[in-house]
Design a protein around this ligand. Structure first.
Ligand SMILES: Cc1ncc(C[n+]2csc(CCOP(=O)(O)OP(=O)(O)O)c2C)c(N)n1
Ligand SMILES: [Mg+2]
Length: 649
């Protein structure tokens, strides 16, 4: 497998130019939201138009991180998920890079325009990961990197340009409230992915409030306990140099001990008032130390956080790159609404700048109304840098072609004479797939600790379990089931997290788009527990992923399993969800045809859909279907099965 230690250092970017780009990105993002809400001279909305919304403060919070990342770090092929409310920042960057046409800047949140949240399937420019349901987009790059690790192990020729791309997630701090984030990092299948970096935009605010007692340190320990490399970008350079002065350590200790609420309240204050609030609870020696800064400079000092220090951010990304044997997380301390009059206001989540505030912001970046949407002058340093970075990043995603995958119309299933169940047939069909190497090489299975009880044992016996490096088979030796983890295995075993199942399936079903190699992912789960992963199921479909999920056993009566194992509403889930065909075959041969059709649909990246199969452990007499085949012939019956219904006599 390719060495993950192949990341070059970030490009040597001029910090002055980077700061100029950062300010322009902020302006464009803020103005896009303003325009969407009817602001500005190009206003063509009725004054009583419905509230459109948009998030200027959330965008401002992450503008430094995203500017540093795109203009100082990313290389072709790297993949990034962007927190939902930073969509305007993302589009502003794509515009400056020359990837997004100017006409889109005035279409945020309008029909056919830029989406409120980054969307793989609906936005006009390439988006690596959709986001929106907080926590899911944050975790997606980790699973994409796990999927890519699998692809590179099985198709080493797919390692593009001799380097393993970065997988970066940019997330809000409140996204760490979502349990799926922790389920993701704890799973053995996501361990050791040194090309993954998460960046937490630590502005200490969520939607409603300043988050009480959010203890970054505790969160950092949770990552470290899961073997993540933790990087902290807490203080900007002004604060760091103040800490270095005699007595400066007291300043640091005072800030570190301060509650989020007290710190956040400083943003509303100026001059002497700010000094008084900041010094509450401080020792006399610290008050004396701070006297060297006049009132009008104190705010710039004590509110100087590292998440807006471009040099500190580039250094943090370099530290993340340097650790290549496990994922990294960067805790970047930021200010929600940074650089705007609403900075740090606890109620700023959905706040919009007034017209005069927009005028002020436009002036601060040196633009007039006539030129407010302009790109940089192409001959200026910022203009040249944007063009150079844009050209480089756009050169990604040209993959060497892959040979066609041919999926047969049938795996030749022959039903047993005695009654049998669809789950039993599924197990036998998977063995048939294993016996067709050209097909099996693209098929990958995964399951949240129900591999054996969903009948994948025979398949595993033939194809083995995936692990990044060879492991000893401690379990299988001398038994019927071989459980031999190795880079050649074709099954990824997960812990009992249905969220992780669907997040992984979602990313396995996008390897064509991310790596150029199509996989046919088949996940198995007890059908009642599909609902435990439902939001990630929806997320995968919305992202345009293609996969097969097998809910088995399914049904209202799982006999001895009792009431807790009844999947009563999953049929309607399957029927209601778009982009997935939901089927519940009764007979083994019907399942054979459907499974083949499902695989062909996964391979068809243009018009194919995902498939949700509900199977059962109840054996039934197969002879009525045998009779139907004789009566109608396979061609007719098969087309009726695939269409969704057929007649038995
Ligand atoms: C699953 C889910 N629940 C709730 C929301 C509504 N929501 C959107 S953003 C947000 C708060 C996000 O706070 P944070 O992640 O800290 O972002 P930031 O402060 O950067 O805006 C909430 C509750 C959502 N989008 N998804
Ligand atoms: Mg936040």
């Amino acid at each position: 497998m390719t060495d993950l230690a192949s990341h070059p250092r970030p490009r040597p970017v001029d910090l002055g130019t980077l700061a100029e780009i950062e300010r322009r990105v902020l302006w464009l993002a803020v103005r896009m939201v303003d325009h969407a809400n009817g602001g500005g001279p190009s206003n063509d909305r009725a004054p009583d138009a419905i509230k459109v919304g948009g998030h200027q403060a959330s965008s401002a919070s992450i503008v430094s991180i995203m500017s540093a990342l795109w203009f100082g770090v990313l290389e072709p092929g790297d993949r990034v998920s962007v927190k939902p409310h930073a969509s305007p920042v993302f589009h502003a960057i794509q515009y400056l890079l020359g990837t997004l046409d100017r006409s889109y800047l005035t279409t945020l949140r309008s029909f056919g325009g830029l989406q409120s949240y980054p969307s793989r399937t609906k936005d006009p420019e390439p988006i690596d990961f959709s986001t929106g349901s907080v926590g899911l987009g944050a975790a997606a790059p980790l699973f994409a990197a796990a999927a890519e690790r699998y692809v590179y192990a099985h198709f080493p020729e797919r390692v593009g340009r001799g380097r393993v791309p970065r997988y970066v997630a940019l997330m809000g701090d409140a996204e760490l409230d979502e349990g799926n984030v922790w389920e993701a990092i704890i799973d053995p299948a996501t361990q050791g992915l040194g090309n993954v970096t998460w960046v937490v935009d630590l502005n200490r605010q969520s939607l409603d409030r300043v988050i009480p007692g959010i203890k970054a340190h505790r969160l950092e320990q949770m990552f470290a306990a899961n073997d993540w490399h933790v990087v902290e970008v807490k203080y900007g350079r002004r604060l760091q140099s103040a800490f270095g002065l005699p007595g400066g350590h007291e300043l640091r200790a005072h800030i570190d001990a301060m509650s989020n609420e007290q710190y956040q309240s400083l943003f509303a204050l100026r001059g002497a008032e700010l000094r008084e609030r900041f010094c509450q609870g401080a020792a006399g020696s610290l008050v004396a130390f701070l006297a060297q800064w006049p009132d009008h400079e104190l705010g710039d000092l004590v509110l100087n956080l590292g998440g807006h220090d471009l040099g500190a951010l580039l250094e943090a990304f370099a530290q993340a790159d340097a650790v290549t044997d496990r994922p990294s997380v960067i805790f970047a301390y930021t200010i929600k609404g940074w650089g705007l009059p609403i900075a740090g206001d606890p109620m700023n989540h959905s706040a919009l700048l007034s017209e005069s505030q927009i005028d002020g912001a436009r002036q601060r970046v040196g633009l007039t109304i006539e030129h407010e949407w302009d790109r940089f002058d192409p001959s200026s340093p910022a203009g040249r840098w944007c063009a150079r970075v844009g050209m480089g990043l756009r050169s990604a995603d040209i993959f060497p072609p892959q040979s066609a995958i041919s999926v047969p119309a049938t795996l030749g299933y022959s039903p047993p004479a005695k009654p049998s169940s669809t789950q039993e047939a599924f197990g036998r069909l998977m063995i048939s797939i294993a016996n067709e190497p050209s097909l099996a090489r693209h098929v990958i299975t995964t399951s949240p600790d129900v591999t054996i009880s969903t009948n994948l044992g025979g398949w595993i016996n033939k194809v083995g379990v995936f692990a990044p490096a060879d492991e000893v088979d401690w379990i299988g030796e001398g038994r019927l089931l071989r459980w031999q983890p190795s880079p050649r295995g074709r099954h990824i075993e997960l812990g009992i997290s249905e969220m992780n199942l669907f997040l992984l399936l979602g990313q396995l079903g996008l390897t064509q788009e991310h790596t150029g190699e199509t996989l046919i992912p088949i996940g198995t789960v007890y059908d009642p527990f599909v609902l435990r992963g439902l939001d990630a199921f929806i997320y995968g479909l919305y992202s345009g992923s293609k996969f097969i999920v097998v809910g088995t056993p399914a049904g209202v009566t799982l006999s001895y399993e009792g009431g807790a194992h009844q999947s009563t509403i999953t049929p309607s889930v399957g029927a209601e969800l778009p982009s997935v065909s939901s089927v519940e075959p009764a007979y083994g041969v019907a399942l054979d045809w459907l499974l083949c059709d499902g695989m062909a649909n996964v391979v068809d990246r243009v018009s194919g859909e995902s498939m949700y199969l509900r199977l059962t452990t109840r054996p039934i007499d197969q002879s009525p279907f045998v009779a139907a085949r004789e009566r109608m012939g396979d061609d007719v019956l098969r087309s009726q099965v695939l269409a969704g219904g057929y007649r038995l006599h």
